[in-house]
Design a protein. Structure first.
Length: 165
């Protein structure tokens, strides 16, 4: 009888522990290795991170059809037991094609679209000016920052530091 009670308690604790596993949805980033240009060879990348449990499927699609030749990293985890994985495939973007990353996790399928039309070029100019009195004379420092969102998913930043202008 003691054996039966011990077995029942262990089984109950095991089932309780399994039901307590929390599903954490993945964060998904779809981007390219270099800034995207139509007709130029590139690499499409889908990085999935911060998810639990580790059962996940990543598909890279062109017009809803899986792209051949894709490669996937091994499943890895952080110290908090959240997992991450990356899948990539060489491709050449065209205006007619739609490129997506479909992620299946916890029974849910989500599709993430990559496209060069998602971002438009945006320029932001910010001017910083500082004047101070140093060793008997005024010294000015001016900094201009230009941020550009390129066609694709990358952000380029340029800085000019103009001392004593």
């Amino acid at each position: 009888m003691k054996t039966f009670v011990c077995l029942a308690v262990v089984l109950l604790l095991g089932l309780t522990g399994l039901s307590a596993v929390k599903t954490i949805s993945p964060k998904v980033q779809v981007y390219t290795r270099s800034p995207g240009h139509y007709g130029t060879a590139n690499t499409l990348i889908c990085h999935v991170s911060g998810f639990h449990p580790p059962e996940i499927t990543i598909e890279l699609l062109r017009n809803d059809k899986e792209m051949p030749g894709s490669q996937q990293t091994d499943l890895a985890f952080e110290e908090n037991w959240h997992y991450h994985m990356t899948k990539h495939v060489p491709f050449t973007p065209t205006k007619e094609d739609v490129f997506t990353c479909r992620v299946t996790h916890g029974g849910k399928k989500n599709t993430y679209i990559w496209g060069m039309s998602v971002f438009h070029c945006v320029c932001v100019y910010v001017l910083f000016h500082r004047s101070q009195y140093v060793r008997g004379r005024y010294v000015s420092s001016t900094r201009v920052q230009l941020q550009v969102c390129s066609a694709g998913w990358r952000r380029l930043e340029y800085f000019w530091n103009l001392e004593n202008v």
